[in-house]
Structure formats: C-alpha cells, structure tokens
Design a protein. Structure first.
Length: 146
C-alpha cells in the first residue's frame, strides 16, 4: 500500500501542502523499507525521521493557528497529539520487536488512512480559515524536543 498526493488533498496553503507531500513521501518510504527488507537500521532511520518530521509539521500548523486565533485550535491540537503518540508507539513497537514487520506495517497503514482523513477534514477547515487571513507562511525552528 502507498498513499499518493492528489490535488484534492490541497488545503489551499502552499507551506502546509508541501509539508504534507513530504510527510506522505516519508511514510511511503518507511513502508517500502519494511516491505523490501532493507534492514533494521535503515527502517529505524526512516522511522526516526518520520517521528521528527511529524512533530515539525504539526508545530507549523499550530503556529498558523496560534497566530490567527483559530477557533478550533484545541481540538485540532488534540488530534495532532494523538498522532504523535501513535507514531511514538509505533517506534517503541519497532524497537522492541525489530523483526516483526507485520504489526508495524499494519500500524503504518492505519497512520496513512489517518493522515488522509485528517488532511481532508481538519486541515482543509484550517486551510479555508487561513485563506481568509493574510497569513501564508510561518517560521518554525526544527529543534523539536519531546
Ligand atoms: Fe493538522
């Protein structure tokens, strides 16, 4: 399984769209690394990068929300938190049982579906809101702590 970027996934904000494309590409790369049995170290490297990038991306969206007093900030942040926890658990599950890709592949498919659902609903709602505001870009430092 693979998720593909489609124009329908655009939220109308270039910075967010570009990050979503990157996120989808890393998730696919992680999936392929497991399917192609590229080795535990390669798989873990991609997973760590996914974990980091998810956090950077969510920080970016949250900064947009904070700077525009977005009315659904709390519920949107909660969805991000749930996904961060999910990726953290996926990482733990991989570290504990490195040779059992089957379970992690299932989790990753769940994450892919979750993204598409989140982008199509919550992020589009945010994107529409941002289009009414004059904000197009935010700056987020990439030092993400836990
Ligand atoms: Fe989001």
């Amino acid at each position: 399984m693979k998720i593909e970027w489609k124009d329908e996934l655009s939220v109308g904000n270039t910075q967010i769209d570009e990050q979503h494309k990157t996120l989808i590409s890393i998730t696919n790369k992680f999936h392929n690394a497991m399917l192609n049995e590229e080795g535990n170290e390669a798989v873990l490297d991609v997973l760590k990068f996914l974990d980091l990038y998810v956090k950077i991306h969510f920080r970016t969206e949250e900064k947009f929300m904070e700077q525009t007093d977005y009315p659904y900030l709390e519920e949107h942040k909660q969805q991000h938190k749930d996904m961060i926890d999910f990726v953290e658990n996926m990482k733990k599950s991989f570290v504990i049982n490195r040779d059992n890709y089957e379970n992690v592949l299932k989790l990753n498919i769940k994450l892919m579906k979750w993204y598409v659902d989140h982008i199509s609903n919550s992020d589009k709602k945010l994107g529409n809101y941002l289009q009414d505001k004059s904000i197009k870009v935010v700056v987020v430092d990439d030092k993400v702590g836990d």
